[in-house]
Design a protein around this ligand. Structure first.
Ligand SMILES: [Zn+2]
Length: 653
Protein backbone atom coordinates (compact mmCIF):
# COMPACT_ATOMS: atom_id res chain seq x y z
CA UNK A 1 0.00 0.00 0.00
CA UNK A 2 1.44 3.39 -0.95
CA UNK A 3 1.86 5.89 1.89
CA UNK A 4 -0.85 8.49 2.40
CA UNK A 5 0.26 12.12 2.07
CA UNK A 6 -0.20 14.39 5.10
CA UNK A 7 0.91 17.89 6.08
CA UNK A 8 2.74 17.01 9.28
CA UNK A 9 3.77 13.91 11.14
CA UNK A 10 4.78 13.97 14.81
CA UNK A 11 6.83 10.84 15.49
CA UNK A 12 8.27 9.01 18.49
CA UNK A 13 5.92 10.89 20.77
CA UNK A 14 4.53 9.80 24.09
CA UNK A 15 0.91 10.49 23.09
CA UNK A 16 -1.72 11.03 25.71
CA UNK A 17 -4.83 10.97 23.55
CA UNK A 18 -7.49 11.66 26.23
CA UNK A 19 -9.92 9.73 24.01
CA UNK A 20 -12.84 7.95 25.69
CA UNK A 21 -10.63 4.93 26.51
CA UNK A 22 -7.73 7.12 27.68
CA UNK A 23 -5.44 5.50 25.10
CA UNK A 24 -1.75 6.22 25.60
CA UNK A 25 0.92 5.56 22.95
CA UNK A 26 4.39 5.34 24.46
CA UNK A 27 6.08 5.89 21.10
CA UNK A 28 3.36 6.92 18.74
CA UNK A 29 2.76 9.23 15.84
CA UNK A 30 0.19 11.87 15.07
CA UNK A 31 -0.62 12.64 11.43
CA UNK A 32 -2.10 16.07 10.67
CA UNK A 33 -3.62 17.44 7.47
CA UNK A 34 -5.57 20.64 6.77
CA UNK A 35 -5.53 21.45 10.47
CA UNK A 36 -7.17 18.17 11.45
CA UNK A 37 -5.86 15.05 13.10
CA UNK A 38 -6.02 12.22 10.58
CA UNK A 39 -4.36 9.36 12.44
CA UNK A 40 -2.85 8.58 15.85
CA UNK A 41 -0.76 5.68 17.16
CA UNK A 42 1.57 3.28 15.43
CA UNK A 43 0.88 4.90 12.07
CA UNK A 44 4.18 6.58 11.09
CA UNK A 45 4.90 4.07 8.32
CA UNK A 46 1.55 4.66 6.67
CA UNK A 47 2.10 8.36 6.05
CA UNK A 48 4.23 10.43 3.76
CA UNK A 49 4.40 13.82 5.44
CA UNK A 50 5.33 17.16 3.97
CA UNK A 51 7.04 17.91 7.26
CA UNK A 52 7.89 15.70 10.19
CA UNK A 53 9.01 16.35 13.75
CA UNK A 54 10.72 13.88 16.02
CA UNK A 55 9.12 14.28 19.46
CA UNK A 56 11.41 11.89 21.31
CA UNK A 57 11.41 12.69 25.01
CA UNK A 58 8.28 14.82 24.70
CA UNK A 59 4.75 14.21 25.75
CA UNK A 60 2.11 15.11 23.16
CA UNK A 61 -1.32 15.82 24.59
CA UNK A 62 -4.46 17.82 23.75
CA UNK A 63 -4.23 21.57 24.23
CA UNK A 64 -5.84 22.70 27.49
CA UNK A 65 -9.33 24.19 27.51
CA UNK A 66 -9.85 27.17 29.81
CA UNK A 67 -13.61 26.83 30.31
CA UNK A 68 -14.28 30.27 31.77
CA UNK A 69 -12.41 33.53 31.61
CA UNK A 70 -12.63 37.23 30.88
CA UNK A 71 -9.48 37.54 28.79
CA UNK A 72 -9.29 41.36 28.55
CA UNK A 73 -9.21 41.59 32.34
CA UNK A 74 -5.48 40.87 32.22
CA UNK A 75 -5.42 44.67 32.08
CA UNK A 76 -7.02 44.81 35.56
CA UNK A 77 -4.81 42.12 37.08
CA UNK A 78 -3.78 43.03 40.62
CA UNK A 79 -5.73 46.29 40.56
CA UNK A 80 -7.80 45.54 43.69
CA UNK A 81 -7.40 42.40 45.72
CA UNK A 82 -8.42 40.84 49.02
CA UNK A 83 -11.91 42.35 48.85
CA UNK A 84 -15.37 40.85 49.05
CA UNK A 85 -16.94 39.98 45.67
CA UNK A 86 -19.50 42.82 45.67
CA UNK A 87 -16.97 45.47 46.76
CA UNK A 88 -14.42 44.14 44.26
CA UNK A 89 -16.93 44.00 41.41
CA UNK A 90 -19.19 47.00 42.01
CA UNK A 91 -16.62 49.17 43.77
CA UNK A 92 -13.57 48.62 41.58
CA UNK A 93 -13.97 46.48 38.48
CA UNK A 94 -17.14 48.01 37.09
CA UNK A 95 -16.23 51.68 37.69
CA UNK A 96 -12.79 51.22 36.11
CA UNK A 97 -14.37 49.30 33.27
CA UNK A 98 -16.89 52.06 32.65
CA UNK A 99 -14.02 54.54 32.40
CA UNK A 100 -11.48 52.55 30.39
CA UNK A 101 -13.04 49.66 28.53
CA UNK A 102 -12.98 50.46 24.82
CA UNK A 103 -12.22 48.17 21.87
CA UNK A 104 -8.47 49.03 22.08
CA UNK A 105 -8.36 48.14 25.79
CA UNK A 106 -10.14 44.86 25.08
CA UNK A 107 -7.84 44.00 22.17
CA UNK A 108 -4.74 44.73 24.21
CA UNK A 109 -5.94 42.71 27.21
CA UNK A 110 -6.93 39.80 25.00
CA UNK A 111 -3.56 39.69 23.26
CA UNK A 112 -1.84 39.66 26.62
CA UNK A 113 -4.16 36.88 27.79
CA UNK A 114 -3.54 34.87 24.62
CA UNK A 115 0.24 35.19 25.08
CA UNK A 116 -0.07 33.95 28.66
CA UNK A 117 -2.47 31.14 27.78
CA UNK A 118 -0.45 29.88 24.81
CA UNK A 119 2.64 29.84 27.02
CA UNK A 120 0.82 27.64 29.51
CA UNK A 121 -0.55 25.18 26.97
CA UNK A 122 -4.07 26.54 26.50
CA UNK A 123 -5.43 26.32 22.95
CA UNK A 124 -9.08 27.02 23.62
CA UNK A 125 -11.00 29.23 26.03
CA UNK A 126 -14.52 30.37 26.80
CA UNK A 127 -14.71 34.11 27.23
CA UNK A 128 -17.26 36.65 28.43
CA UNK A 129 -16.68 40.39 28.16
CA UNK A 130 -17.67 43.70 26.58
CA UNK A 131 -16.75 44.60 22.98
CA UNK A 132 -16.45 40.89 22.37
CA UNK A 133 -15.78 41.66 18.73
CA UNK A 134 -12.35 42.91 19.75
CA UNK A 135 -11.79 39.75 21.83
CA UNK A 136 -12.72 37.56 18.88
CA UNK A 137 -10.48 39.49 16.49
CA UNK A 138 -7.44 39.41 18.77
CA UNK A 139 -7.99 35.73 19.53
CA UNK A 140 -8.34 34.72 15.89
CA UNK A 141 -5.22 36.74 15.07
CA UNK A 142 -3.34 34.89 17.82
CA UNK A 143 -4.57 31.65 16.26
CA UNK A 144 -6.44 30.40 19.31
CA UNK A 145 -9.87 28.80 19.50
CA UNK A 146 -12.50 30.45 21.67
CA UNK A 147 -16.14 30.64 22.56
CA UNK A 148 -16.64 34.40 22.75
CA UNK A 149 -19.62 35.59 24.77
CA UNK A 150 -20.92 39.12 24.31
CA UNK A 151 -22.07 40.33 27.73
CA UNK A 152 -25.66 41.39 28.38
CA UNK A 153 -26.74 42.92 31.70
CA UNK A 154 -29.31 45.21 33.23
CA UNK A 155 -26.88 48.05 34.00
CA UNK A 156 -25.36 50.39 31.45
CA UNK A 157 -22.14 48.72 30.29
CA UNK A 158 -19.00 50.09 28.64
CA UNK A 159 -20.34 48.97 25.27
CA UNK A 160 -24.08 49.46 25.73
CA UNK A 161 -26.26 52.13 27.30
CA UNK A 162 -29.08 49.69 28.02
CA UNK A 163 -30.00 46.04 28.03
CA UNK A 164 -31.68 46.45 24.63
CA UNK A 165 -28.44 47.88 23.23
CA UNK A 166 -26.36 45.05 24.62
CA UNK A 167 -28.78 42.46 23.26
CA UNK A 168 -28.66 44.08 19.82
CA UNK A 169 -24.87 44.12 20.04
CA UNK A 170 -24.87 40.41 20.93
CA UNK A 171 -27.10 39.65 17.95
CA UNK A 172 -24.80 41.56 15.54
CA UNK A 173 -21.78 39.90 17.04
CA UNK A 174 -23.23 36.41 16.64
CA UNK A 175 -24.23 37.06 13.02
CA UNK A 176 -20.76 38.35 12.17
CA UNK A 177 -18.80 35.45 13.68
CA UNK A 178 -21.08 32.47 13.20
CA UNK A 179 -19.25 29.86 11.11
CA UNK A 180 -15.72 31.17 11.81
CA UNK A 181 -13.21 28.28 12.01
CA UNK A 182 -11.76 29.40 15.37
CA UNK A 183 -14.38 31.58 17.01
CA UNK A 184 -17.73 30.31 18.27
CA UNK A 185 -19.82 33.39 19.09
CA UNK A 186 -22.07 33.24 22.16
CA UNK A 187 -24.39 35.40 24.20
CA UNK A 188 -23.43 36.02 27.81
CA UNK A 189 -26.09 37.25 30.26
CA UNK A 190 -23.68 38.11 33.08
CA UNK A 191 -25.52 36.49 36.02
CA UNK A 192 -29.05 36.14 37.39
CA UNK A 193 -28.41 38.97 39.88
CA UNK A 194 -27.14 41.37 37.20
CA UNK A 195 -29.92 40.47 34.76
CA UNK A 196 -33.69 40.50 34.92
CA UNK A 197 -35.99 37.59 34.08
CA UNK A 198 -36.76 39.34 30.82
CA UNK A 199 -33.05 39.58 29.92
CA UNK A 200 -32.45 35.91 30.69
CA UNK A 201 -35.36 34.88 28.50
CA UNK A 202 -34.29 37.18 25.66
CA UNK A 203 -30.74 35.77 25.80
CA UNK A 204 -32.01 32.18 25.79
CA UNK A 205 -34.16 33.00 22.76
CA UNK A 206 -31.22 34.59 20.96
CA UNK A 207 -28.97 31.59 21.69
CA UNK A 208 -31.66 29.19 20.43
CA UNK A 209 -32.34 31.25 17.33
CA UNK A 210 -28.69 31.03 16.21
CA UNK A 211 -27.89 27.73 17.93
CA UNK A 212 -25.03 29.30 19.87
CA UNK A 213 -23.87 28.87 23.44
CA UNK A 214 -25.25 30.88 26.35
CA UNK A 215 -22.41 31.62 28.77
CA UNK A 216 -23.30 32.85 32.26
CA UNK A 217 -22.30 32.87 35.94
CA UNK A 218 -24.55 30.79 38.22
CA UNK A 219 -24.70 30.28 41.99
CA UNK A 220 -21.29 31.74 42.71
CA UNK A 221 -21.84 32.92 46.28
CA UNK A 222 -24.16 32.20 49.19
CA UNK A 223 -25.21 35.85 48.94
CA UNK A 224 -26.51 35.18 45.44
CA UNK A 225 -28.41 32.08 46.55
CA UNK A 226 -29.91 33.85 49.56
CA UNK A 227 -30.94 36.73 47.31
CA UNK A 228 -32.60 34.34 44.90
CA UNK A 229 -34.47 32.61 47.71
CA UNK A 230 -35.61 35.93 49.10
CA UNK A 231 -36.67 37.46 45.78
CA UNK A 232 -37.90 34.42 43.89
CA UNK A 233 -38.60 31.92 46.64
CA UNK A 234 -36.19 29.40 45.17
CA UNK A 235 -32.47 28.82 44.60
CA UNK A 236 -30.66 30.00 41.49
CA UNK A 237 -30.83 26.99 39.15
CA UNK A 238 -34.59 26.34 39.38
CA UNK A 239 -35.24 30.04 38.95
CA UNK A 240 -33.20 30.36 35.76
CA UNK A 241 -34.79 27.14 34.54
CA UNK A 242 -38.17 28.76 35.06
CA UNK A 243 -36.97 31.61 32.86
CA UNK A 244 -36.33 28.97 30.15
CA UNK A 245 -32.56 29.54 30.29
CA UNK A 246 -31.93 25.85 29.57
CA UNK A 247 -33.84 26.05 26.31
CA UNK A 248 -30.41 27.19 25.14
CA UNK A 249 -27.11 25.32 25.28
CA UNK A 250 -25.64 26.65 28.51
CA UNK A 251 -22.15 27.04 29.94
CA UNK A 252 -22.53 27.92 33.63
CA UNK A 253 -19.51 29.25 35.45
CA UNK A 254 -19.03 28.51 39.18
CA UNK A 255 -22.10 26.56 40.40
CA UNK A 256 -20.47 26.66 43.83
CA UNK A 257 -23.70 26.66 45.82
CA UNK A 258 -25.93 24.10 44.14
CA UNK A 259 -27.77 21.24 45.78
CA UNK A 260 -28.30 17.71 44.51
CA UNK A 261 -31.48 18.64 42.65
CA UNK A 262 -29.80 21.58 40.97
CA UNK A 263 -26.88 19.42 39.87
CA UNK A 264 -29.36 16.98 38.35
CA UNK A 265 -31.11 19.84 36.58
CA UNK A 266 -27.80 21.00 35.11
CA UNK A 267 -27.07 17.47 33.95
CA UNK A 268 -30.52 16.91 32.47
CA UNK A 269 -30.21 20.23 30.63
CA UNK A 270 -26.89 19.15 29.15
CA UNK A 271 -25.33 22.30 30.58
CA UNK A 272 -21.57 22.56 30.88
CA UNK A 273 -20.17 23.76 34.19
CA UNK A 274 -16.93 25.72 34.52
CA UNK A 275 -15.20 25.11 37.84
CA UNK A 276 -12.97 28.03 38.85
CA UNK A 277 -11.08 26.88 41.93
CA UNK A 278 -8.65 29.80 42.38
CA UNK A 279 -11.23 32.51 41.78
CA UNK A 280 -13.71 30.87 44.15
CA UNK A 281 -11.04 30.56 46.83
CA UNK A 282 -9.67 34.05 46.36
CA UNK A 283 -13.09 35.68 46.55
CA UNK A 284 -14.03 33.43 49.47
CA UNK A 285 -16.97 32.02 47.53
CA UNK A 286 -16.48 28.40 48.52
CA UNK A 287 -15.74 25.16 46.69
CA UNK A 288 -18.04 23.75 44.03
CA UNK A 289 -19.18 20.14 44.61
CA UNK A 290 -17.49 18.90 41.45
CA UNK A 291 -16.86 15.32 42.61
CA UNK A 292 -20.62 14.83 42.86
CA UNK A 293 -21.28 16.66 39.59
CA UNK A 294 -18.80 14.42 37.78
CA UNK A 295 -20.45 11.36 39.34
CA UNK A 296 -23.80 12.51 37.99
CA UNK A 297 -22.27 12.93 34.54
CA UNK A 298 -22.22 16.73 34.35
CA UNK A 299 -19.65 18.05 31.86
CA UNK A 300 -17.44 19.96 34.28
CA UNK A 301 -14.55 21.89 32.80
CA UNK A 302 -11.97 24.00 34.58
CA UNK A 303 -11.58 27.74 34.17
CA UNK A 304 -9.23 30.39 35.46
CA UNK A 305 -11.97 33.03 35.58
CA UNK A 306 -10.77 36.52 34.75
CA UNK A 307 -7.19 37.46 35.56
CA UNK A 308 -8.47 40.15 37.89
CA UNK A 309 -9.81 37.50 40.27
CA UNK A 310 -7.15 34.80 39.99
CA UNK A 311 -4.69 36.55 39.12
CA UNK A 312 -3.21 34.42 36.35
CA UNK A 313 -4.39 32.19 33.53
CA UNK A 314 -2.38 29.12 34.46
CA UNK A 315 -4.45 26.01 33.81
CA UNK A 316 -1.83 23.69 35.33
CA UNK A 317 -2.42 25.42 38.66
CA UNK A 318 -6.18 25.14 38.25
CA UNK A 319 -6.02 21.43 37.43
CA UNK A 320 -3.96 20.72 40.50
CA UNK A 321 -6.25 22.80 42.71
CA UNK A 322 -9.36 21.13 41.30
CA UNK A 323 -8.00 17.71 42.25
CA UNK A 324 -6.67 18.80 45.64
CA UNK A 325 -9.71 20.80 46.74
CA UNK A 326 -12.12 17.98 45.95
CA UNK A 327 -10.08 15.70 48.19
CA UNK A 328 -9.66 18.28 50.92
CA UNK A 329 -13.27 19.37 51.24
CA UNK A 330 -14.63 15.87 50.69
CA UNK A 331 -12.21 14.26 53.17
CA UNK A 332 -11.60 11.73 50.44
CA UNK A 333 -8.20 11.32 48.75
CA UNK A 334 -9.75 9.20 46.02
CA UNK A 335 -12.03 12.04 44.88
CA UNK A 336 -11.22 13.58 41.47
CA UNK A 337 -8.13 11.53 40.62
CA UNK A 338 -5.45 13.11 38.45
CA UNK A 339 -6.80 11.56 35.25
CA UNK A 340 -10.23 13.10 35.87
CA UNK A 341 -8.66 16.47 36.62
CA UNK A 342 -6.72 16.33 33.36
CA UNK A 343 -9.86 15.30 31.53
CA UNK A 344 -11.68 18.32 32.98
CA UNK A 345 -8.95 20.50 31.52
CA UNK A 346 -9.13 18.80 28.09
CA UNK A 347 -11.78 16.39 26.90
CA UNK A 348 -14.56 17.12 29.42
CA UNK A 349 -13.68 20.81 29.33
CA UNK A 350 -14.21 20.85 25.58
CA UNK A 351 -17.59 19.19 26.15
CA UNK A 352 -18.43 21.77 28.81
CA UNK A 353 -17.87 24.62 26.35
CA UNK A 354 -19.79 22.65 23.73
CA UNK A 355 -16.77 22.17 21.45
CA UNK A 356 -16.30 18.48 22.22
CA UNK A 357 -16.71 17.62 18.56
CA UNK A 358 -13.69 19.78 17.64
CA UNK A 359 -11.25 19.72 20.52
CA UNK A 360 -10.25 18.14 23.80
CA UNK A 361 -8.60 14.93 22.61
CA UNK A 362 -6.15 13.65 20.04
CA UNK A 363 -8.25 11.48 17.78
CA UNK A 364 -8.87 11.30 14.07
CA UNK A 365 -11.50 13.79 12.96
CA UNK A 366 -10.77 16.39 15.64
CA UNK A 367 -8.93 19.60 14.97
CA UNK A 368 -5.20 19.57 15.64
CA UNK A 369 -5.18 21.44 18.98
CA UNK A 370 -2.21 19.94 20.81
CA UNK A 371 0.81 20.71 22.94
CA UNK A 372 4.14 19.10 23.72
CA UNK A 373 5.40 18.95 27.28
CA UNK A 374 8.93 18.44 28.55
CA UNK A 375 8.74 15.92 31.37
CA UNK A 376 12.51 15.80 31.87
CA UNK A 377 12.69 18.83 34.16
CA UNK A 378 13.95 17.90 37.64
CA UNK A 379 10.52 18.43 39.23
CA UNK A 380 9.07 15.83 36.86
CA UNK A 381 11.73 13.15 37.37
CA UNK A 382 11.63 10.15 37.74
CA UNK A 383 8.66 8.45 36.18
CA UNK A 384 7.43 4.94 36.94
CA UNK A 385 6.04 2.56 34.39
CA UNK A 386 4.19 0.14 36.67
CA UNK A 387 0.99 2.18 36.89
CA UNK A 388 -0.28 3.56 33.58
CA UNK A 389 -2.05 6.34 35.51
CA UNK A 390 1.33 7.66 36.72
CA UNK A 391 1.57 9.94 33.69
CA UNK A 392 -1.60 11.75 34.79
CA UNK A 393 -0.26 12.21 38.32
CA UNK A 394 2.94 13.55 36.90
CA UNK A 395 1.13 16.11 34.79
CA UNK A 396 -1.40 17.21 37.42
CA UNK A 397 0.64 17.10 40.62
CA UNK A 398 4.19 17.86 39.43
CA UNK A 399 4.30 19.46 35.99
CA UNK A 400 4.19 23.23 35.52
CA UNK A 401 2.89 25.39 32.75
CA UNK A 402 6.48 26.34 31.93
CA UNK A 403 7.10 22.71 30.89
CA UNK A 404 4.95 23.33 27.81
CA UNK A 405 7.33 23.58 24.85
CA UNK A 406 5.19 23.71 21.71
CA UNK A 407 1.58 24.69 21.12
CA UNK A 408 -0.51 24.02 18.02
CA UNK A 409 -4.06 25.13 17.38
CA UNK A 410 -6.10 24.13 14.35
CA UNK A 411 -2.91 22.71 12.82
CA UNK A 412 -0.95 25.97 13.16
CA UNK A 413 2.02 26.36 15.48
CA UNK A 414 1.45 29.16 17.98
CA UNK A 415 4.59 28.42 19.98
CA UNK A 416 7.75 26.44 19.11
CA UNK A 417 10.50 25.87 21.64
CA UNK A 418 8.76 28.39 23.97
CA UNK A 419 8.92 31.13 21.34
CA UNK A 420 5.55 32.69 20.56
CA UNK A 421 4.94 32.79 16.83
CA UNK A 422 1.75 34.85 16.53
CA UNK A 423 2.18 37.51 19.24
CA UNK A 424 4.83 40.19 19.81
CA UNK A 425 5.28 40.14 23.58
CA UNK A 426 7.63 43.13 23.78
CA UNK A 427 5.12 45.44 22.15
CA UNK A 428 2.36 44.14 24.44
CA UNK A 429 4.35 44.76 27.61
CA UNK A 430 4.94 48.39 26.73
CA UNK A 431 1.30 49.02 25.82
CA UNK A 432 0.06 47.28 28.97
CA UNK A 433 2.36 49.32 31.22
CA UNK A 434 1.11 52.50 29.58
CA UNK A 435 -2.55 51.56 30.13
CA UNK A 436 -1.83 50.61 33.75
CA UNK A 437 -0.37 54.07 34.38
CA UNK A 438 -3.58 55.69 33.16
CA UNK A 439 -5.78 53.44 35.30
CA UNK A 440 -3.58 54.13 38.31
CA UNK A 441 -3.93 57.87 37.86
CA UNK A 442 -7.70 57.59 37.61
CA UNK A 443 -8.01 55.49 40.78
CA UNK A 444 -5.57 57.56 42.80
CA UNK A 445 -7.64 60.65 42.00
CA UNK A 446 -10.90 58.87 42.78
CA UNK A 447 -9.74 57.37 46.06
CA UNK A 448 -8.89 60.83 47.38
CA UNK A 449 -12.50 61.89 47.32
CA UNK A 450 -15.47 60.29 49.05
CA UNK A 451 -17.72 62.06 46.58
CA UNK A 452 -15.85 60.63 43.57
CA UNK A 453 -16.05 57.17 45.08
CA UNK A 454 -19.78 57.62 45.59
CA UNK A 455 -20.34 58.70 42.03
CA UNK A 456 -18.21 55.77 40.79
CA UNK A 457 -20.53 53.16 42.27
CA UNK A 458 -23.80 54.91 41.67
CA UNK A 459 -23.90 55.68 38.05
CA UNK A 460 -26.28 58.46 39.14
CA UNK A 461 -25.40 62.08 38.92
CA UNK A 462 -24.25 64.17 41.81
CA UNK A 463 -27.05 66.26 43.18
CA UNK A 464 -26.20 69.22 45.33
CA UNK A 465 -28.64 71.01 47.58
CA UNK A 466 -28.57 73.75 50.19
CA UNK A 467 -30.79 73.96 53.19
CA UNK A 468 -31.29 76.19 56.17
CA UNK A 469 -31.87 74.33 59.38
CA UNK A 470 -32.04 74.68 63.09
CA UNK A 471 -32.02 72.04 65.77
CA UNK A 472 -33.16 72.48 69.34
CA UNK A 473 -33.57 70.38 72.44
CA UNK A 474 -37.15 70.20 73.75
CA UNK A 475 -38.09 69.47 77.35
CA UNK A 476 -41.37 68.12 76.04
CA UNK A 477 -42.91 67.56 72.62
CA UNK A 478 -46.35 68.72 73.79
CA UNK A 479 -46.11 72.46 73.02
CA UNK A 480 -44.81 71.69 69.54
CA UNK A 481 -47.59 69.17 68.90
CA UNK A 482 -50.16 71.70 70.05
CA UNK A 483 -48.73 74.36 67.76
CA UNK A 484 -48.79 71.96 64.80
CA UNK A 485 -52.48 71.42 65.49
CA UNK A 486 -53.10 75.18 65.67
CA UNK A 487 -54.24 77.72 63.08
CA UNK A 488 -50.99 79.43 62.28
CA UNK A 489 -49.29 76.37 60.80
CA UNK A 490 -50.75 74.44 57.85
CA UNK A 491 -49.81 70.75 57.89
CA UNK A 492 -49.49 69.44 54.33
CA UNK A 493 -48.28 65.96 55.13
CA UNK A 494 -47.31 63.92 58.20
CA UNK A 495 -45.36 60.68 58.48
CA UNK A 496 -43.99 58.61 61.30
CA UNK A 497 -41.01 56.39 60.98
CA UNK A 498 -38.21 54.61 62.70
CA UNK A 499 -34.85 55.76 61.49
CA UNK A 500 -31.54 53.92 61.64
CA UNK A 501 -28.49 55.97 60.71
CA UNK A 502 -24.93 54.85 60.30
CA UNK A 503 -22.53 57.77 59.97
CA UNK A 504 -19.13 57.26 58.41
CA UNK A 505 -16.46 59.80 59.32
CA UNK A 506 -13.14 60.22 57.60
CA UNK A 507 -9.71 61.32 58.76
CA UNK A 508 -9.81 64.28 56.43
CA UNK A 509 -12.70 66.46 57.70
CA UNK A 510 -12.89 68.12 54.29
CA UNK A 511 -14.45 64.89 53.00
CA UNK A 512 -17.54 65.52 55.10
CA UNK A 513 -19.49 62.57 56.45
CA UNK A 514 -21.50 59.88 54.79
CA UNK A 515 -24.79 58.76 56.22
CA UNK A 516 -26.46 55.44 55.49
CA UNK A 517 -30.08 55.72 56.53
CA UNK A 518 -32.72 53.03 56.75
CA UNK A 519 -36.24 54.26 57.37
CA UNK A 520 -39.06 52.05 58.51
CA UNK A 521 -42.36 53.83 57.93
CA UNK A 522 -44.93 53.22 60.63
CA UNK A 523 -48.70 53.30 60.47
CA UNK A 524 -51.12 54.45 63.22
CA UNK A 525 -50.54 51.22 65.09
CA UNK A 526 -46.76 51.66 64.90
CA UNK A 527 -46.53 48.74 62.48
CA UNK A 528 -43.85 48.89 59.78
CA UNK A 529 -45.57 49.43 56.45
CA UNK A 530 -42.62 50.30 54.22
CA UNK A 531 -38.85 50.66 54.29
CA UNK A 532 -36.19 52.42 52.28
CA UNK A 533 -32.45 53.01 52.44
CA UNK A 534 -30.63 56.14 51.38
CA UNK A 535 -27.13 57.48 51.33
CA UNK A 536 -26.30 61.10 51.93
CA UNK A 537 -22.96 62.76 51.75
CA UNK A 538 -22.95 65.87 53.88
CA UNK A 539 -20.52 68.65 53.20
CA UNK A 540 -17.74 69.25 55.68
CA UNK A 541 -19.12 72.32 57.40
CA UNK A 542 -21.83 74.89 57.45
CA UNK A 543 -21.66 77.48 54.77
CA UNK A 544 -23.05 80.33 56.85
CA UNK A 545 -25.04 81.16 59.98
CA UNK A 546 -27.90 83.58 60.48
CA UNK A 547 -28.17 83.78 64.23
CA UNK A 548 -28.75 80.22 65.30
CA UNK A 549 -30.02 79.18 61.88
CA UNK A 550 -27.36 77.44 59.83
CA UNK A 551 -26.92 77.10 56.11
CA UNK A 552 -25.69 73.65 55.05
CA UNK A 553 -24.69 72.17 51.77
CA UNK A 554 -25.44 68.52 51.14
CA UNK A 555 -24.71 66.24 48.29
CA UNK A 556 -27.40 63.68 48.06
CA UNK A 557 -26.96 60.31 46.62
CA UNK A 558 -30.00 58.11 46.81
CA UNK A 559 -31.15 55.39 47.11
CA UNK A 560 -28.66 53.07 48.79
CA UNK A 561 -28.58 49.83 46.81
CA UNK A 562 -25.95 48.01 48.86
CA UNK A 563 -25.70 46.93 52.48
CA UNK A 564 -23.99 49.05 55.17
CA UNK A 565 -21.28 46.36 55.17
CA UNK A 566 -20.61 47.03 51.48
CA UNK A 567 -20.22 50.78 52.09
CA UNK A 568 -18.04 50.20 55.14
CA UNK A 569 -15.65 47.97 53.18
CA UNK A 570 -15.69 50.24 50.15
CA UNK A 571 -15.24 53.61 51.88
CA UNK A 572 -13.08 52.39 54.77
CA UNK A 573 -14.21 55.17 57.18
CA UNK A 574 -11.94 56.15 60.05
CA UNK A 575 -14.84 56.15 62.52
CA UNK A 576 -18.50 55.38 62.49
CA UNK A 577 -21.46 55.98 64.68
CA UNK A 578 -24.92 54.48 64.79
CA UNK A 579 -27.95 56.53 65.72
CA UNK A 580 -31.47 55.24 66.05
CA UNK A 581 -34.47 57.48 66.48
CA UNK A 582 -38.20 57.64 66.35
CA UNK A 583 -39.11 60.46 64.01
CA UNK A 584 -42.37 62.24 63.43
CA UNK A 585 -42.16 64.42 60.37
CA UNK A 586 -44.44 67.13 59.09
CA UNK A 587 -44.34 69.10 55.89
CA UNK A 588 -45.84 72.43 56.83
CA UNK A 589 -46.54 75.81 55.33
CA UNK A 590 -45.79 78.80 57.51
CA UNK A 591 -45.81 82.44 56.39
CA UNK A 592 -46.01 81.17 52.78
CA UNK A 593 -42.88 79.01 53.04
CA UNK A 594 -42.69 75.21 53.21
CA UNK A 595 -40.68 73.69 56.03
CA UNK A 596 -39.98 70.22 57.31
CA UNK A 597 -40.54 69.87 61.01
CA UNK A 598 -39.06 66.85 62.77
CA UNK A 599 -39.68 65.77 66.31
CA UNK A 600 -37.21 63.08 67.20
CA UNK A 601 -36.98 60.83 70.17
CA UNK A 602 -33.59 59.32 70.53
CA UNK A 603 -33.68 55.56 70.94
CA UNK A 604 -29.95 54.89 70.67
CA UNK A 605 -28.00 56.54 72.12
CA UNK A 606 -30.78 57.26 74.58
CA UNK A 607 -30.84 60.96 75.36
CA UNK A 608 -33.95 61.19 77.52
CA UNK A 609 -35.23 64.18 75.55
CA UNK A 610 -36.87 65.21 72.34
CA UNK A 611 -35.24 67.18 69.63
CA UNK A 612 -36.83 69.54 67.24
CA UNK A 613 -35.49 70.15 63.80
CA UNK A 614 -36.84 72.66 61.32
CA UNK A 615 -35.44 72.93 57.85
CA UNK A 616 -36.11 74.17 54.35
CA UNK A 617 -34.45 73.82 50.98
CA UNK A 618 -32.93 76.99 49.74
CA UNK A 619 -31.37 78.26 46.53
CA UNK A 620 -29.38 81.34 47.37
CA UNK A 621 -27.81 83.14 50.27
CA UNK A 622 -30.46 85.85 50.04
CA UNK A 623 -33.25 83.27 50.13
CA UNK A 624 -31.53 81.53 53.05
CA UNK A 625 -31.41 84.75 55.00
CA UNK A 626 -35.12 85.40 54.44
CA UNK A 627 -36.04 81.87 55.48
CA UNK A 628 -33.82 82.03 58.56
CA UNK A 629 -35.93 84.91 59.90
CA UNK A 630 -39.15 82.93 59.40
CA UNK A 631 -37.63 79.79 60.93
CA UNK A 632 -36.81 81.71 64.09
CA UNK A 633 -40.47 82.71 64.38
CA UNK A 634 -41.66 79.18 63.68
CA UNK A 635 -39.28 77.80 66.25
CA UNK A 636 -40.72 80.04 68.96
CA UNK A 637 -44.24 79.06 67.98
CA UNK A 638 -43.22 75.41 68.39
CA UNK A 639 -42.07 76.09 71.93
CA UNK A 640 -38.35 76.11 71.37
CA UNK A 641 -36.24 79.18 71.80
CA UNK A 642 -33.65 80.08 69.24
CA UNK A 643 -31.19 80.57 72.05
CA UNK A 644 -31.47 76.85 72.70
CA UNK A 645 -30.62 75.96 69.14
CA UNK A 646 -27.71 73.59 68.90
CA UNK A 647 -25.25 73.33 66.13
CA UNK A 648 -24.34 70.12 64.33
CA UNK A 649 -27.33 68.37 65.76
CA UNK A 650 -27.51 65.56 68.25
CA UNK A 651 -25.36 63.25 66.25
CA UNK A 652 -22.51 64.56 68.29
CA UNK A 653 -24.12 63.61 71.60
ZN1 LIG B 1 -16.32 34.99 35.56
Amino acid sequence: MSPIPCDLLLTNAHVLTMDDRYTVHEAGAVAISHGAIVAVGDVAAEYEPEDSIDCRGRLVMPGLVNAHTHAPMTMLRGLADDLRLDVWLMGYMMPVEREFVRPEFVALGTKLACAEMIRSGVTCFADMYYFEDAVAEATAAAGMRAVCGQTVLKFPAPDAASFEDSLARARDFIKRWKGHPLIAPAVAPHAPYTCTAEILRACADLASEFDVLLHTHLAETTLEVEGSRREHGMPVVPWVKKQRLFDARVLAAHCVHVDEGEMRTLNDAGAGVAHNPTSNLKLGSGVAPIARMLELGVAVGIGTDGPASNNDLDMFEEMRLAALLAKGVGGDPTAVPARDALSMATRTGARAVHLGHLAGSIEPGKRADLITVDLDQPHNVPRFGRDPAAIYSQLVYAAKSTDVVDVMCDGRWLMRGRQLLTIDEGELRAAARDMARRIDTFLIHREQSVLQKLIAIGGAAEQESFEVQVKARLASADPALRALGGDEITVIRAVHYHQYDTYFFFDDPAQGSLRYREDEFLDDQNQVVNARARLTLTGPSREAAFGSVLLFRSRFFAPATHSPRFYREYFKPAREREVEKDRRRWLVAFRGVQFWVHIDEMVNPHAGACFLEVKSRTWSRRDAQDKAAIITELLELLGARAAEAIEEGYVEL
